[in-house]
Design a protein around this ligand. Structure first.
Ligand code: LLP
Length: 429
């Protein structure tokens, strides 16, 4: 049970609202977000990463889940925001998010995206390559603006995670490579640029990492660079952005560290390294997405057909699947599930939870021991809050599911369910 989940009469509630009632009122599939848990996670980051004490910053990684509701919530919780596209930036803008608290990422920002970012006044561009660097300078000159930036570097750290979501190694599409002198060339270039001010460095070593060790190596590499760049080029780098947060629990083999342990380890490593190098402690930034939102989100489905292939497998099909959660198909991600009104019943029925898409690979959970399950039951998959709705699609022309948030016994509709008419909105008649 995550966050504010409770069980009464074998029935699951989140934030004091019964999952059965939610399914009945909003239909399924339905994403349900536990607002108290989201806020608690934000507060833990703010507290343990010393946002107020040391003026460090926690920037929520919007790619994990970014409706207007989230922009407002994280602003209320004093977090900054990491956006990676014009679409995310526009969402934040429409939500009234303070533009100076935005970091703009991306390895191939388009000219229009760069113009929009400069025009709206985003706080920092995280510049990924020479092409982007030149474009920002040019657009700033044309518009008589200046822009603060970080350079994204690939620090050469191989963290243990899925190949598709690991990003810190040298062979990566992201950032300036450290080992071949690219970073130094970029710094030399910027010394002649009038409208860009380099204030920091950024790196991201990967996502869903459980070990704290690779993050500490990253801190070490980054702070050594701060010293080296000051000595070689007399450039003061006052902000160090360490990228995404710590990995989270999805299923029983996951052993995550707490937000507290993760933050404290980074803070003390940075302190210690700065003392050793005899440099001033820069502002530290981290950009957690998953560890703020993953456990706070769950998905409700209605069980439909149950196909029992004797002695081989029982397929339990639900009314969603890879369209609302691509992660099992894309990364072989493992999830857990329960029947919302049979919590506590004996498990021991081994089933496979399948989605409704026309693809054999649309399997949400392969082989799970679960309570007796029947057509019409409401099934919940937990920890679907990160990279679920944000990676959802309309494959098979399946409308996107609705999103609600729950807190203190009340629910709020965050995103409406798509209708068939909505599906045709962009299509010429
Ligand atoms: N900062 C940068 C520059 C990133 O690239 C990412 C994630 C984050 C922050 C947030 O990382 P987190 O705290 O969420 O671990 N779709 C994949 C995850 C891709 C993550 C990409 N970058 C998934 O569903 O697992």
């Amino acid at each position: 049970l995550h966050g504010s989940m409770t069980v009464e009469n074998n029935t699951l509630s989140i934030g004091g609202v019964s999952c059965l009632d939610l399914a009945q009122k909003y239909s399924t599939p339905l994403y349900v977000f536990d607002e108290e848990l989201i806020r608690n996670n934000c507060r833990e980051y703010v507290n343990y990463f010393k946002v107020n004490e040391n003026k460090n910053k926690v920037a929520y990684a919007g790619k994990a889940f970014l409706p207007i509701y989230m922009c407002k919530l994280i602003n209320e919780e004093n977090l900054c925001l990491d956006v990676v596209s014009g679409g995310e930036l526009y969402t934040a803008y429409k939500a009234g998010f303070p533009m100076e608290n935005i970091l703009f990422h991306g390895n191939n920002k388009t000219i229009d995206e760069i113009k929009l970012g400069i025009d709206l006044g985003v706080g920092r561009f995280v510049v990924d390559n020479f092409y982007e660097l030149d474009l920002i300078e040019k657009i700033c000159i044309e518009n008589n603006k200046t822009q603060k930036i970080y350079f994204r570097i690939t620090p050469g750290i191989e963290a243990h995670t899925h190949d598709y979501i690991k990003t810190g190694q040298i062979d990566s599409k992201f950032g300036f490579t450290l080992t071949n002198g690219e970073l130094y060339d970029a710094i030399k270039k910027i010394l002649n640029y009038k409208n860009i001010k380099l204030v920091g460095l950024h790196a991201h070593i990967g996502s869903q990492i459980f070990d704290i060790e690779p993050f500490l190596d990253e801190v070490d590499i980054m702070l050594n660079l701060v010293k080296e760049i000051k000595e070689k080029y007399n450039v003061d780098l006052t902000e160090i952005d360490l990228g995404g947060g710590i990995g989270v629990y999805y299923s029983k083999n996951d052993k995550p560290k707490t937000i507290k342990d993760f933050c404290e380890a980074i803070i003390s490593k940075a302190d210690e390294t700065c003392k050793k190098l005899n440099i001033e402690l820069p502002t530290l930034i981290i950009e957690p997405g998953r560890s703020i939102i993953a456990n706070a989100g769950s998905t409700l489905y209605t069980v439909g057909s149950i196909k029992d292939i004797k002695d081989i497998r029982t397929y339990v099909s639900v009314d969603g699947g890879m369209t609302d959660n691509i992660r099992p198909s894309l990364y072989q991600a493992k999830y857990e599930c329960s029947v919302v009104n049979k919590i506590g019943n004996n498990k021991g029925n081994n089933v496979t939870i399948a989605g409704k898409c026309c693809e054999s690979g649309d399997i949400l959970i392969g082989d799970i021991d679960i309570m007796k399950i029947e057509s019409g039951d409401i099934l919940i998959t937990t920890s679907t809050g990160a990279y679920g709705y944000s990676m959802s699609s309309n494959y098979n022309k399946i409308p996107k599911a609705a999103v609600v948030s729950v807190i203190n016994g009340e629910e709020k509709l965050i995103c409406k369910r798509q209708s068939y008419e909505d599906l045709l909105l962009l299509e010429m008649q």
